[in-house]
Design a protein around this ligand. Structure first.
Ligand code: M6P
Ligand code: ZN
Length: 189
């Protein structure tokens, strides 16, 4: 690829140019939220809310390059659980960073051998996902949670581990606070 410049268009919550835009609605996340009955109730009312979306710029020729983009997680909850991304592990040894531009959220991380960690993100803070840590972002506020991300282009996304085992913690709104509680459906390796 050639040297390039990408614009962060915060008004439209996009990067320009972008090579991919993805919208994730609740119907694509049926198995991810703890309260699956509530998911079914929402969908059966004919609603299918947008949970998050992202614009990504991926340069051609991935070896050694970086993918970058902007993610927006909308405010909302399924039962007590805040809207969040599916979450994934990288297939290769690859870190990732998230630079928060708007709203408030949590970057939740875990390893396959049982370590769990999280950081709060608000505008101006950068969350760092070290090599080997699965990661998910969660909107814990009542406005859009928007962040810039960058990670190695050849990292690869492994969704299967999260789909099969879940995250050890879920992030919920309880007693007027953001609480981290054990996920009863989590399966340790
Ligand atoms: C961030 C980045 C992307 C990722 C997106 C959505 O923007 O990590 O690579 O695709 O979040 O998260 P997920 O892939 O887990 O749905
Ligand atoms: Zn990632």
């Amino acid at each position: 690829m050639l040297p390039d410049r990408v614009i962060i268009d915060l008004e439209h919550r996009a990067v320009r140019p972008f090579t991919r835009k993805k919208e994730v609605r609740l119907s694509e996340m049926e198995d991810y939220f703890l309260d699956t009955d509530e998911v079914v109730r929402i969908l059966s009312r004919g609603e299918d809310p947008l949970v998050y979306e992202y614009y990504e710029y991926s340069p051609s020729g991935s070896q050694g390059n970086l993918n970058l983009g902007l993610t927006t997680i909308y405010p909302g909850k399924v039962g007590r659980e805040f809207y969040m991304t599916k979450g994934h592990y990288h297939e290769k040894d690859a870190a990732e960073l998230y630079y928060c531009l708007r709203g408030h959220g949590v970057l939740l991380m875990q390893t396959t051998d049982g370590k769990v960690s999280f950081v709060h993100l608000e505008p101006g803070s950068v969350g760092y996902v070290p090599v080997g840590w699965g990661h998910r972002t969660i909107n814990t506020g009542n406005e859009e949670f928007v962040f810039f991300f960058a990670y190695p282009s050849d990292a690869g996304h492994d969704y299967a581990i999260v789909k099969e085992r879940g995250f050890a913690k879920i992030v919920v709104h309880e007693n007027g606070r953001v609480e981290f509680v054990d996920n009863p459906r989590y399966k340790r390796a």
